[in-house]
Design a protein around this ligand. Sequence first.
Ligand code: G3I
Length: 402
Amino acid sequence: MTNMDFYNIAKKATRGTMFFTIASLALSLVQCTSKHQVTTSVAANNPDKGLKDYYKNYFPIGVAVSMASLHGSDSALIVKEFNSVTPENDMKMGPIHPSENVYNWKNADAIVDFAVSHQIRIRGHNLCWHNQEAAWMFKGPNGEPVTKELLLQRLKDHIFAVAGRYKGKIYAWDVVNEAVDDSDDTTQVYRKSNWYKICNGPDFIDSAFKYAHQADPNAKLYYNDYNSEHPVKREKIYKLLKKLIDDHAPIDGVGMQAHWKLNDPSPEELRKALDEVTSLGLKVQFTEMDITIRLPKPPPALGTMPAPTPVPDSGYTAQAEARQIAQYKMAFDIIRQYRKYITNVTFWNVSDRSSWLDGRGGGLLGGAAAGVNTPRVIRKAYPLLFDENRQRKKAYWAVVNF
Ligand code: G3I
């Protein structure tokens, strides 16, 4: 008998206020107890349930992986909690195709084999980017700058080789990554990358999608970018997407990377970004989610400035934890409401033990954005749902208890 049955019977059985009051009090106690029990049982009595199980009626939950993730405790956590993986670096143009006739398949194959053997879906990342690019592609046969025609031919050969190799195994590709300008100049839609400059405009983006579709007609093709909720960049991404659609490029959706902060994005910005891209008929994947507790401090002016004195890491304080829990809860409450448009939510790295944000190869700002020679002041970001011991943080429960 459901609580509502009990309530209806109680209401019909008598018109007496006393009984009705007692009945409704009893009902609220039953509801409260059963709700509490349900919540508790969901939280504590299902040690085998992982993120993917809590969200099995919503969308896949993924994670970015490296070769190091495939062994030991990380791999056990991946298999338990996730049903999608993205190679963090091993399928990027430079790592996988370091020179014209050399492909490094080993790591990418290992990640694909791991995923296939555990029935985990795979997102490919990425087929065209201005960072970690294959530098050789931009040099002509005699070292002169490459022509647009030769560069696009090389891009086609690269995409045919990589997307072709994993045809039928990789279900979604980040075809082009971060091609939109980051400045507040609303007249500058596109990043002036080598791709843009040599192709004299953005049609390399259309070409990349065309080649990816030819290489694997069944793969879902995404444009991927960060800060997609910031109003200026949101409008630039919208213009890029609208142009691709108007050009009849074979695009399926947009990847919102979701490298977020404790106060960014706001719920309003997140909703606005989702409303805009879904109004184009596109699907959405959150492709690189993490929520840093750190508000990056800009590195000091270079030149005569003294090396920065290390800022002590304030650590994962109770206040930072509370704000991170609230931001993760806000985000997932909204994301679940857009479930019919959202086809994947992927976290960038497995746990706080090894986040790209913690100065791996980077400096003041952490991450790879800074050069390896930048003075390193490691202030941990604690950005994920699993702590440095791979244990579920309170934010995990804020995401799964709904
Ligand atoms: O593999 C080399 C190693 O041989 C060398 O000794 C070492 C020292 O320089 O560098 C290693 O390569 C590093 C690579 O990560 C693998 O660890 C690069 O320097 C480093 O720049 C690179 O950083 C990656 C960054 O992208 C730049 O490509 C991060 O791990 C990765 O998390 C990050 O991911 C990007 C997404 O692809 C796109 N969206 C933004 C996101 C964060 O920047």
